[in-house]
Write a protein that binds this ligand. Structure first.
Ligand code: NAD
Ligand code: UGA
Length: 478
């Protein structure tokens, strides 16, 4: 079946960039990205391409070339489902907050709602593609909802038939466009060859055939969860070793280089940091834990849960050691936080290590000045669950008199934020933090001043020769 019209439900970090790249590579296919969130849709249609709802290098240019040609963003969910011959479900699947499986299982209410919308509004034959990351065997739920509407439409003017495919997304935020243009692989799981072929044809427009893997639907669903679990496991492994390096005078950079040179291990994803963040690693591992428990495999569950436990411990150990270095109290101390996003090149803060670390420091009554080139102060307010005082909102840089202990202000540039600071903590590896003038900064800070580098991006010689105390993650000899 040749696909002419695609509808993607969910205009988020996955739906938006993925559909933009498909639109660019398949100019003959009309693509409608629909979402319940009117603000988000409005921002996708913003005439200023720098104000799209998500920040991703290269995304603005693609949207500029395709929008309103073959790529459309709207809230017209019912109408666009009706027109589509292929529907991607790309909605959020966060961890369940309450009820059965709370704290571990994925909350599938948005996915189920999509399946019901598709069941209700679609016409003719529709291929439904799971793009969201889902627990293994979710396709069964989607199929059974669709099957019901298939049965009840049999004798009606508009009959409905469906195929369900799994096509998980492997993009990383910050490099999404590159990952979509040059994927390591595209994974398609399903049991109907003709439906699989229709989706393969789309990807073949720019992805070499040998990189398109086809599997049964359950392997595809499970491979996505497992892939994230393996990646996160590497980070917890190297983070655990960073603590050991600090205790033994070893250097984690050297250890990573040495182990990463073994081609069986490989060098990627061996950078220590403040702990992994992002919307997916934690939720996907917890989901794997839940599934393992559900299928009666407690040892498997415990193995994967330890990856998340180590990450939580690691984030807390960083704030503890900062407090210790600053004489055991942060009361009355001004600390500059450089970076709040969960990694560089994104405005996303979901599960960012900065959230837990800042919360811990605020609990110790520190006064934080938080800077990030892309994250906005309303987002930080939500994340820290603590409001900035109104008079500091507009210009965090100029008004540095804090309303109270254990509070924070937002800084939109780096000009005056180091004045009288007791410490600076690098939490996100933004490029601009790599070229700061430390001798100038040292002259503004209150002595004895400390610099903490949780991303291994600062030059220790420069900082120490500026007369500053320096701590770098995983660096035993300092
Ligand atoms: P997101 O929260 O950014 O976007 C999801 C969007 O779906 C929201 O805008 C929401 O309003 C919309 N939505 C929810 N229910 C809807 C409905 N019934 N009808 C219309 N719109 C609806 O989420 P995301 O980061 O894009 O992630 C989506 C899925 O992709 C998740 O399962 C995630 O695990 C997976 N994933 C995410 C990434 C990533 O880098 N963020 C990478 C790979 C896979
Ligand atoms: C991750 C995966 O890399 C993607 O393949 C996957 O599609 C996606 O999750 C998903 O399913 O959502 P993402 O979370 O966007 O992508 O970003 P990563 O580059 O994986 O980084 C995740 C976290 O790990 C960040 O906090 C990052 O700073 C940290 N990290 C990463 C390290 O601490 N060390 C590393 O070596 C790599």
């Amino acid at each position: 079946m040749e696909i002419k019209n695609i509808c993607c439900i969910g205009a988020g970090y996955v739906g938006g960039p993925t559909m933009s790249v498909i639109a660019e590579k398949c100019p003959d296919i009309t693509i409608n990205v629909v979402d319940l969130n009117t603000d988000r849709v409005k921002n996708w249609n913003n005439p200023d391409f720098n104000k799209l709802p998500i920040y991703e290098p290269g995304l603005g240019e693609i949207v500029e070339r395709c929008r309103n040609k073959n790529l459309f963003f709207s809230n017209l969910i019912e109408e666009k489902i009706k027109e589509a011959d292929m529907i991607f479900i790309s909605v959020n699947t966060p961890t369940k907050k309450k009820g059965l499986g709370a704290g571990k299982a994925s909350d599938l209410k948005w996915v189920e709602a999509c399946a019901r919308q598709v069941a209700k509004f679609s016409i003719g034959h529709t291929i439904v593609v799971e793009k969201s990351t889902l627990p293994v065997r979710t396709a069964e739920v989607i199929k059974s909802i669709l099957d019901e509407s298939q049965k009840s439409s049999k004798n009606k003017t508009y009959s409905k038939t469906f195929d369900v495919l799994s096509n998980p997304e492997f993009l990383s935020e910050g490099s999404a466009i590159n990952d979509l243009l040059y994927p390591d692989r595209v994974l398609i799981g399903g049991d109907n060859n003709s439906a699989i072929e229709s989706l393969c044809e789309i990807y073949k427009q720019w992805v070499p055939t040998e990189k398109i893997l086809t599997t049964n639907i359950w392997s595809s669903e499970l491979a996505k969860l497992t892939s994230n679990a393996f990646l996160a496991q590497r980070i917890s492994s190297i983070n655990s070793i960073s603590a050991l390096c600090e205790a033994t005078d070893a250097n984690v950079k050297e250890v990573s280089r040495a182990i990463g040179s073994d081609s069986r291990i490989g060098s990627k994803f061996l950078n220590t940091g403040p702990g992994f963040g992002g919307s997916c690693f934690k939720k996907d591992i917890l989901n794997l834990v839940y599934l393992s428990e559900y299928f009666g495999l407690p040892e498997v569950a415990a193995f994967w849960e330890s990856v998340v436990n180590l990450n939580n411990w690691h984030q807390n150990r960083i704030s503890k050691l900062i407090t210790k270095k600053l004489f055991g109290t942060l009361s009355n101390k001004k600390i500059v936080i450089l970076g709040f996003a969960f990694k560089a090149n994104t405005n996303d803060t979901r599960e960012s290590a900065a959230i837990q670390i800042c919360k811990n420091l605020l609990e110790e009554e520190a006064r934080l000045v938080i800077h990030d080139p892309k994250v906005t102060y309303p987002q930080i307010e939500i994340d820290l669950d603590k409001k900035v005082q109104p008079n500091n909102k507009k210009n965090g840089n100029k008004i540095l008199n804090f309303p109270s202990q254990g509070n924070w202000i937002f800084a939109s540039d780096l000009l005056t934020i180091f004045d009288d600071a007791d410490a600076v903590i690098v939490l996100t590896e933004w490029e601009i933090y790599k070229s700061l003038d430390w001798s100038k900064i040292a002259s503004k800070m209150r002595s004895p001043a400390w610099i903490f580098d949780t991303r291994l991006i600062l030059n220790s010689t420069e900082i120490k020769s500026a007369g500053l105390n320096f701590w770098q993650i995983g660096n035993g000899l300092q």
